[in-house]
Design a protein around this ligand. Structure first.
Ligand code: ADP
Ligand code: NA
Length: 340
């Protein structure tokens, strides 16, 4: 059996939004009392599509600041920057040689991100799920909190661990590692906001790359921006239903109720019973107030942290040292198993 450990990452690309916050970062916070946790700014994933170097540097600090501002304690947990721990890249190469082309060909996110011009996508964008598997398995993480959109990539991580354990089973046993060298990681996809949708289109997830700024609430938005985006959020003309069942064919209503529930640390049931069939004209201002109440202190703390980039860099450097202490022996073991 493997010691329980949590790993997850967020890309330093563009603005962090409410989907990242509710689907991932708040989940990271809630796991820190239960497990040893490793939270990573995955900058090597970011460069699978073009990033302006200066903006990337700033975005790395921003994600680290968001982790800390949201309540992740960098002393109790490990917060670090992927590119500072070279073991990720080393293990990713081994996994490039474990994963099959056919597996990666089935990844829907590559198809979405590469779009029509697939010939011109970076090789890194295609191989990215192998690096993600390396991120997780370098720490032999047993639990990975993520949003719904990462489910398929986690399944690939499990397949890679399984194939490595199987292909090298004799060698793993011979070297005294027992039956399995890598754990079969469990995804942790929980809470009312595992898939926050765009505020403009209930069929698309809220995303950093959506060209419309009105589609998402950024962690850096101020009170007025938050209120305005929620006021303009697309809805249908019906009032809120009395029961969760009534949200089924109403994606926009379901999304706003889910966001409210996540912000209030509550459930869709409880929110609907509090609002008792209220119209959106009443629900939206309440949602905007709640979003401001929750996000304003996070925003203020992020600004305070970002005003001292030297201190953030120190936290990341300390995190990288502690991350490498865990990852180095795992990667040494993997290399030994392969025959290096
Ligand atoms: P993005 O998908 O916005 O580019 P990342 O790939 O860095 O951001 O994702 C960071 C984390 O945020 C992942 O766990 C991902 O599943 C989660 N996440 C991203 N978008 C959403 C969303 N709309 N709803 C819920 N979780 C999300
Ligand atoms: Na994502």
């Amino acid at each position: 059996a493997f010691e329980p450990r949590v790993f997850s990452g967020v890309q330093p690309t563009g603005n962090l939004h409410l989907g990242n916050y509710l689907g991932a970062i708040t989940r990271f916070v809630s796991l820190q009392d239960e497990y040893p946790c490793v939270y990573c700014v995955v900058d090597m994933h970011a460069i699978t599509v073009w990033q302006e170097p200066i903006e990337l540097t700033n975005a790395i600090r921003s994600v680290a600041a968001a982790f800390i501002a949201a309540g992740i304690d960098p002393k109790k947990n490990i917060i670090f920057n992927q590119s500072q721990v070279h073991e990720h890249a080393e293990l990713a190469w081994i996994f490039n040689c474990v994963a099959r082309m056919g597996w990666l060909n089935r990844m829907t996110q590559f198809k979405e991100k590469a779009g029509k011009d697939r010939e011109n996508a970076s090789v890194g964008l295609f191989a990215y799920p192998n690096l993600m598997a390396a991120d997780i398995l370098a720490y032999r993480a047993t639990h990975v909190p993520v949003g719904e959109d990462q489910k398929q990539h986690l399944e690939l991580t499990r397949n890679i661990a399984q194939k490595f354990n199987y292909d090298f089973a004799d060698r793993i046993a011979e070297l005294g590692y027992g039956e399995e060298f890598f754990p079969i990681t469990e995804p942790v996809i929980q809470g009312p906001a595992t898939r926050v949708m765009s505020l403009r289109d209930g069929s698309k997830k809220m995303s950093k790359s959506d060209p419309s700024d009105y589609s998402r609430i950024n962690l850096t938005d101020d009170r007025d921006q938050i209120a305005q985006k929620i006021r303009k959020a697309k809805t249908d003309p019906e009032p809120l239903p009395e029961e969760v069942k009534g949200l089924e064919s109403r994606p926009e209503a379901d999304n706003l109720v889910g966001i409210y529930a996540a912000l209030a640390n509550s459930t869709r049931e409880a929110v609907l019973s509090d609002f008792r069939g209220a119209p959106f004209a009443k629900f939206k201002p309440a949602l905007a107030d709640l979003a401001v109440e929750v996000l304003a202190p996070v925003n203020a703390e992020m600004r305070r942290l970002l005003a001292d980039p030297g201190q953030l860099d120190e936290i990341l450097a300390d995190g990288a040292d502690r991350a490498a202490e865990i990852a180095a022996p795992v990667i040494d073991g993997a290399k030994d198993i392969v025959g290096f």
